[in-house]
Design a protein. Structure first.
Length: 195
């Protein structure tokens, strides 16, 4: 029952995030709290730690998204190639380090758990900062997560992530249109827009 409720709230979070609705962060906070206990129970410790980060980011995202443009919307930005290289390098190194630490415990699938956790940290930061390319990161993370959750018999959560993959394409489209509308009023090139 707790997992099903967490799934419903997680779907509400993503649906609201696609629309760039600030209410997404309230749904995220509640879903995250539920998932913290779920992941501790199934020994996915890095995923459990990730939920604490998500809870903090829900607060940060709410505060950051309160800043709006002249039309009352949150502008969408792009990262430069350099920022992506740094992010991917950080994800790789952090995943190896955390995976090693988790391998010293009874954690299930330590390296995979570490990767999805570290990559999710970066992707969540991107969502909070309204970086368009977060959707590409989530596509990879969610695909790997489905396998992880199926292996741990978290079937509702695996279904949630399958739905996420479908919703990612709607998110990409919605945020791309918002980005184009915003940059149509702004002459700076996408490579120079940072968050």
């Amino acid at each position: 029952m707790m997992e099903a409720l967490a799934v419903v709230l997680a779907l509400a979070y993503l649906a609201l995030a696609i629309k760039r609705n600030i209410g997404c962060w309230a749904a995220a906070a509640i879903s995250t709290t539920l998932y913290l206990f779920i992941f501790l129970e199934v020994k996915l410790y890095a995923e459990a730690l990730l939920q604490i980060f998500y809870l903090i980011m829900a607060g940060y995202g709410f505060l950051h998204w309160r800043k709006v443009d002249s039309e009352g919307l949150q502008p969408v930005v792009r990262w430069s190639s350099r920022q992506h290289v740094l992010a991917l390098g950080l994800i790789g190194l952090a995943s190896l380090g955390l995976g090693h630490l988790l391998s010293l415990t009874d954690a299930a699938w330590p390296l995979v758990d570490a990767f999805t956790t570290c990559a999710s940290l970066v992707a969540t930061w991107m969502v909070a900062r309204r970086v368009l390319d977060n959707w590409v990161y989530w596509l990879v993370i969610d695909s790997v997560s489905i396998v992880l959750y199926l292996e741990r018999a978290l079937f509702f959560t695996a279904c949630l992530f399958a739905i996420y993959i479908i919703m990612i394409f709607f998110g990409w489209r919605s945020w791309t249109l918002a980005y184009r509308a915003h940059t149509g009023q702004n002459t700076r090139s996408p490579g120079h827009q940072t968050t």
